[in-house]
Design a protein around this ligand. Sequence first.
Ligand code: BYC
Length: 312
Amino acid sequence: MDTALLEQHFNEKIDQDIRIEPKDWMPDHYRKTLIRQISQHAHSEIVGMLPEANWITRAPSLRRKAAALAKVQDEAGHGLYLYSACETLGVDRDDLFADLHSGKAKYSSIFNYPTLTWADMGAIGWLVDGAAIMNQVPLCRASYGPYARAMVRVCKEESFHQRQGYEIMLTLCNGSDEQKKMAQDALNRWWWPSLMMFGPTDKDSKHTEQSMRWRIKRFTNDELRQKFVDVTVPQAELLGLTVPDKDLKWNEERGHYDFGEIDWKEFFNVISGNGPCNKQRIEARKSAWDNGAWVREAANAHAEKKAKRKAA
Ligand code: BYC
């Protein structure tokens, strides 16, 4: 079949919501877009383990420690599903790691902020995982089969993460004045970076239009950001906390909250490698890679030995 016909067949499948699978023909640009998005997503999961891992040894009770451990392990699992989904597109996992370590590949802006107090564990679960769910539930219907299927499990686990975060916030808000202050301080610091997670405005988003056409993305960055604000503001009210935005106001006519201008200079600064923790995060990933070299070597030696024994 010639390329034009293959492309026509591919577009028909997209229009009919028939999933594209690894061995199906796909345009090169579609493949590259998926590799970019899925690998960035995978990197975000494993870099996302770092700010929270900081609090595993400092969790205030055994119950909190067990939940934090489970959550951080879940993120590692999400990374594994996503790297595997990405490999079905013909890339090598080691190359993806090399791109992360060299700073070539992006990962979510949100993980370049520090976790200063225990309340940050609550705010991350509530806001960061809440934003992640808002963005990822539609990805369960993404046109590429392995990505969409990985997302189903990821989203189930993210719901647990969001609830454990909200419950930490609720406990702090029902506690002493000092605890409530900690919760408010965490909300103040995580609110705006959480809104940035959805990416640049639709006007400045270079990939949205094409990704929507290919049904990789189902909603635009601004649509998802608005949905997130609409569901999260009443949750903040229930906690008795104040969202740090003087322009936040219910708009009866639109049926949505209006909210203030995001500091896009800060966002672009963070995604170009100059956020508060970018260097620290990459250093931590690189040293984990270097320190894990013996495990990879041992696993390869074991696989070779097993293959030889089988052949003999
Ligand atoms: N951070 O044209 P746009 C999680 C980049 S995991 C950094 O709108 P697109 C969690 C974008 O890559 C969270 N970079 O792009 C994990 C592009 O740059 P390049 C991660 C960002 O792809 C552990 C440029 O800006 N979630 O939540 O159409 C624990 C222009 O953007 C960001 C995913 O990865 C950002 N925030 O839309 C807890 C979900 N935003 O590549 C939680 C899957 C944009 O041209 N990804 N950029 O150099 C997506 O849904 C989409 O890729 C995005 C961006 C909505 C993020």
